[in-house]
Design a protein around this ligand. Structure first.
Ligand code: NIG
Ligand code: FE
Length: 415
C-alpha cells in the first residue's frame, strides 16, 4: 500500500454523490460538504471529512499533507466524453469560408471538411500524430479534464485507423490523463473506397473491427448518421454488427437532419451525441431509453448554429452530458467548461445541471463507474477552483480554471 495523502482544506466539496442520473436538477440537490479535507491512498479516495477527524489517520514523516493556500472549492475532475483530438493539419481555411457564407456541408462537398483532415492525418508521421495529440491531451488535463474520450475517424482505411487507435493508446499509457478510445471509422465514406457506403461498412465489419478487438484498441464503435455520411438504415446495420462483435454503440445523431437518435434508441446505444435538430418526437424516444444524450455546444459555436434543445431533453426525463467535440472542423476551441457554461446560459440550465453534465453524467456516457463522483472508493480525480462558493465556477462562464488538478491522487503541475 502507498503512503496516504491528505489534501485540503476545501471551503466546499461538490461531491455529485446521490445526484440522479436522469432528469432536471435543482441546485439544492447538490451534495455539498463544507470545510473538509480528502484522504487518498493508492490513487483512490478513502475518506472526506474534517481535518480534526482525518489528521489522526496520517502519520508524521510518512504520509503527505497537501495544504491549499486560500479558499478553494473542489469537485470531481471533469470528463469530456466526445473529442476528435487525434488529427493533423488545420481547417482555418474552412472556418474562413464559413464566415464568408458557405455552409459546413457545402465546404465538405468542395473537398474541404472531414476529407481534408483525413488526407493530412494519413500523411502525418506517427511522431507528428503522437505529438499533436499528446499536446491536446495535456491541454485538456491542464484545464481540469482528467478523463477524455478520443475518436479515430480521420484515417478511414484499416491501416491508418489502427494507427490512430495505437497513438491514442500510447498517449493513454504515457500521459496522466485517462483516454477512452472510440473507433469512428464510419465517419464518412472515404473518397478512395471502391464501392457503396453499405459495402464500406461491410468492409469495416470484416476487416477492421475484429482487428480492433484482437489488439484491444477500443470497445466502442461510433457512426455519423447524416446526409453526407451514412443513412439511418446503414447505421442500424453497422451498429448491430458492431454490438455482435462486443462493441458499445455510439451515434453522431441529429446534427443537421434527424434519424440518428432513433437508431441509437433502437440499438441500445450508450450515447447519442450532437442532437442540434432533435425534435419532440426524438426526445420522447430518448426519454424512454437508457441512451445518454450528449450535447456538443462547441460544434454549435464553431458552426454558428443553434444549441441542442437540452432544456427540453432534461425536462422530458433524459440524462444530459456535455462534451467539447474538440475537432479541427466544427469545434476547434476544445474548452468544455466554457462551452457547458455557454450552453447553460442559452438553454437555462441550473448550475447543478451544468456541473453534473461534465462530471457524473459525463462518466455515465463513457460507462465509467469509478469517477465523476467524489466519494470513498472512487478514483481520486479532483479539481479545485480558487473560489469560496461553487456558483462562481459557472458564474465566471468557464474563464476561471481550476488551479489544483489531481489525477489518481497525483498533483498535476501546470507548465
Ligand atoms: O462531431 N459531425 C461529424 N464529426 C465531427 C466533425 C468532424 C470534422 O468536421 O472534422 C463532429 O462535429
Ligand atoms: Fe464528433
Amino acid at each position: 500500500m502507498d503512503n496516504k495523502i491528505l489534501v485540503g482544506p476545501f471551503r466546499q466539496i461538490i461531491t455529485m454523490d446521490e445526484v440522479p442520473l436522469k432528469g432536471p436538477l435543482h441546485d439544492n440537490q447538490l451534495h455539498i460538504i463544507e470545510s473538509a479535507w480528502i484522504l487518498i491512498q493508492d490513487g483512490k479516495m478513502i475518506s472526506i471529512d474534517s481535518y480534526n477527524k482525518l489528521k489522526n489517520k496520517v502519520v508524521d514523516g510518512k504520509d503527505e499533507i497537501q495544504q491549499m493556500n486560500g479558499d478553494h472549492v473542489a469537485m470531481p475532475g471533469m470528463i469530456d466524453p466526445h473529442t476528435h483530438i487525434c488529427y493533423a493539419g488545420s481547417r482555418s481555411n474552412d472556418y474562413a469560408l464559413r464566415l464568408s457564407g458557405m455552409s459546413y456541408l457545402e465546404i465538405a462537398a468542395r473537398g474541404g471538411g472531414i476529407w481534408s483532415t483525413v488526407t493530412n492525418t494519413r500523411n502525418a508521421s506517427d511522431e507528428t500524430l503522437y505529438l499533436n495529440t499528446h499536446t491536446r491531451a495535456s491541454s485538456l488535463l491542464n484545464d481540469g479534464v482528467t478523463t477524455a474520450e478520443v475518436k479515430s475517424g480521420y484515417a478511414l482505411n484499416v491501416e491508418d485507423e489502427l494507427r490512430m487507435l495505437e497513438v491514442i493508446k500510447r498517449i493513454n499509457d504515457s500521459n496522466e490523463i485517462d483516454l477512452v478510445s472510440t473507433c469512428l471509422a464510419a465517419h464518412t465514406l472515404p473518397k478512395d473506397f471502391q464501392g457503396s457506403a453499405k459495402q464500406y461498412l461491410e468492409f469495416l465489419i470484416k476487416n477492421l473491427l475484429p482487428e480492433v478487438v484482437k489488439r484491444k484498441l477500443s470497445s466502442r464503435a461510433d457512426i455519423y448518421i447524416e446526409k453526407n455520411a451514412f443513412s439511418a438504415d446503414e447505421g442500424l446495420f453497422y451498429l448491430k454488427e458492431a454490438k455482435n462483435l462486443g462493441f458499445d454503440a455510439i451515434v453522431h445523431a441529429d446534427q443537421f437532419t434527424t434519424g440518428g437518435s432513433e437508431v441509437a434508441v433502437e440499438v441500445g446505444a450508450v450515447s447519442a451525441d450532437h442532437l442540434e435538430v432533435t425534435s419532440d418526437r426524438e426526445i420522447a424516444l430518448l426519454a424512454r431509453s437508457d441512451v445518454i444524450p450528449v450535447s456538443l455546444p462547441g460544434a454549435s459555436i464553431g458552426l454558428g448554429v443553434s444549441f441542442a434543445p437540452v432544456r427540453k431533453i432534461l425536462d422530458a426525463g433524459c440524462s444530459l452530458a456535455v462534451a467539447s467535440d474538440w475537432n479541427p472542423g466544427s469545434a476547434p476551441m476544445g474548452d468544455i467548461l466554457v462551452q457547458a457554461c455557454m450552453l447553460g446560459v442559452y438553454e437555462h440550465l441550473t448550475m447543478a445541471e451544468t456541473l453534473a453534465s461534465i462530471t457524473y453524467r459525463a462518466a455515465a456516457a463513457l460507462r465509467l463507474r469509478d469517477r465523476g463522483i467524489l466519494k470513498k472508493g472512487n478514483q481520486a480525480d479532483i479539481v479545485a477552483f480558487p473560489v469560496s462558493d461553487y456558483r462562481d465556477i459557472v458564474y465566471y462562464q468557464g474563464k476561471m480554471k481550476p488551479d489544483i488538478i489531481m489525477k489518481k491522487g497525483k498533483l498535476i503541475h501546470k507548465p
